[in-house]
Unconditional design. Structure first.
Length: 63
């Protein structure tokens, strides 16, 4: 939470493109971004990262 930059913006664009339209593309990892990552993890049964954390397991599942 609170991280910012082009990587966060890319994550938000990907989430928005996947249908998580409540995620705003701001470049700041905010509550909506965390919610989108959590939902993505649930939808795709991604394990290995805490809910809402875009860590190595979630990153690998998205590549």
């Amino acid at each position: 939470m609170g991280d910012s930059g082009p990587e966060v913006r890319s994550l938000q664009e990907m989430l928005y493109g996947q249908g998580f339209t409540y995620v705003s593309v701001t470049g700041v990892y905010d509550a909506q971004t965390k919610r989108g990552v959590s939902q993505l993890q649930r939808d795709r049964s991604i394990k290995g990262d805490p809910p809402g954390v875009y860590g190595p397991a979630t990153r690998a599942a998205m590549e």
